[in-house]
Design a protein around this ligand. Structure first.
Ligand SMILES: Cc1cc2nc3c(=O)[nH]c(=O)nc-3n(C[C@H](O)[C@H](O)[C@H](O)COP(=O)(O)OP(=O)(O)OC[C@H]3O[C@@H](n4cnc5c(N)ncnc54)[C@H](O)[C@@H]3O)c2cc1C
Ligand code: SF4
Length: 348
């Protein structure tokens, strides 16, 4: 019997890879460092996903259940891979609990790390309790608590969502666009307006990138049906007058300074490279791309390849990705990894 395939990281991409392999009768070992499967949508408590509108706990939770009930998938939670040796068809991974796993190939689906807004101190996070992140608002909604000001639990009457926090920002070494935060923010703005119809919601942006089909469903709908206001601006700082939060900056369309009071300010945080990537690169002997994500060996042939034969990559480990694209890449990586076992199978 051929060796199992090692999958590292049990977010949407890793779960999709494990499921795809099980469907064709291939065993896998799914290694997850946390004690729960599901990746960012489950671990960070996302609410309703774009574009399906399904709750993350149902959509991604369903993927978790499917994999956990699959006899061909061996799940190892709370561990990392400490060493990885061998060649395609015959690798050995040593896990951080000291156990060893034999594997014919490996798929890295280790995802991303949420940008830490403390790295953008002038925008008030960490100083004012009512400056929060999109993940915190997702948690308020998914817990059923509703959108509230953390300082005193009141319902906000004015909410500002600041886009591109930790993305497209050369000053803090993050040049990339995180791809999904415009759409997530437009969706969140509509959810806030739905829950709190008297609340005014403003989105401050450099550019709006509700790409592809999301333009109609999120950008236009949020303005036309939900009366969300979009202001093209350069934000300088978020302060407080003791009562309200004050967003200061420049409206870059009319080229005038702005100073506007809010009850709640939301940072639309971006997707940083996984903080583990340097160690993953060294353990697996794979190259990083210049921003610090795991590098792809090939863009047009086998897109799941890394710089090391027999080791594949998928999802947000490669750069900012949406869930549906991460799932598609996870399935593609499963097929690529199966292909890598073929010579081993032929000679078995
Ligand atoms: C606020 C916010 C809201 C979002 N909402 C949406 C949305 O509505 N729709 C959408 O399409 N996309 C959304 N996204 C993007 C979405 O989070 C990603 O597309 C998705 O999580 C990528 O899946 P993944 O499996 O590649 O990575 P992840 O979800 O990051 O999963 C990676 C997994 O690997 C594990 N891991 C990491 N390092 C190691 C290691 N060294 N060893 C073992 N395990 C490890 C992690 O614990 C995690 O379980 C949102 C992003 C943000 C920031
Ligand atoms: S998707 Fe929008 S908010 Fe996110 S980094 Fe790109 S432009 Fe900024």
């Amino acid at each position: 019997m051929n060796q199992p395939i090692l999958i590292v990281g049990a977010g949407p991409a890793g779960l999709a890879a494990a499921h795809a392999l099980a469907r064709v009768g291939q065993r896998s070992v799914l290694v997850e460092k946390e004690d729960r499967l599901g990746g960012a949508p489950i671990l960070s408590g996302y609410a309703k996903l774009v574009p399906s509108g399904e709750w993350a706990r149902d959509a991604i939770g369903g993927m978790v259940q499917r994999v956990e009930s699959e006899t061909l998938v061996e799940v190892r939670k709370g561990v990392k891979v400490a060493a990885f040796d061998g060649a395609p068809g015959n690798f050995t991974a040593t896990l951080s609990d000291g156990t060893s796993v034999r594997a014919g190939a490996a798929i890295l689906t280790t995802g991303f790390t949420h940008f830490d807004s403390l790295n953008k101190p002038e925008w008030g996070f960490g100083t004012f309790p009512d400056v929060v992140t999109t993940t915190q608002v997702e948690q308020m909604i998914s817990s059923g608590q509703g959108v509230r000001c953390p300082s005193d639990g009141r319902k906000p009457k004015r909410v500002a969502i600041l886009l591109c926090v930790g993305s497209r920002d050369r000053q803090i070494g993050r040049e990339w666009c995180s791809k999904i935060c415009c759409t997530v923010s437009a969706n969140m703005a509509m959810e806030i307006r739905e829950e709190l119809p008297d609340c005014h919601v403003y989105i401050y942006y450099m550019d709006i990138r509700t790409f592809g089909l999301y333009e109609t469903k999120y950008y236009w709908k949020s303005q036309e049906e939900f009366k969300v206001k979009y202001i093209k601006a350069r934000i300088a700082e978020v302060t407080s007058d003791g009562d309200k939060l004050i967003v200061k900056g420049e409206d870059t369309l009319v080229k005038r300074p702005i100073t506007i009071p809010f009850d709640l300010v939301v940072h639309a945080i971006g997707m940083d490279p996984n903080v583990d990537n340097k160690s993953i690169s060294s353990v697996f002997g794979v190259d990083l791309e210049p921003h610090g994500y795991l590098g792809r060996g090939n863009f047009y042939g086998n897109t799941a390849e890394t710089s090391r034969a027999g080791v594949f990559v998928a999802g947000a480990a490669t750069g900012p990705e949406t869930i549906d694209d991460s799932i598609a890449q996870g399935s593609a990586a499963a097929l690529a990894a199966l292909g890598a076992l073929q010579p081993a199978r032929a000679s078995a």
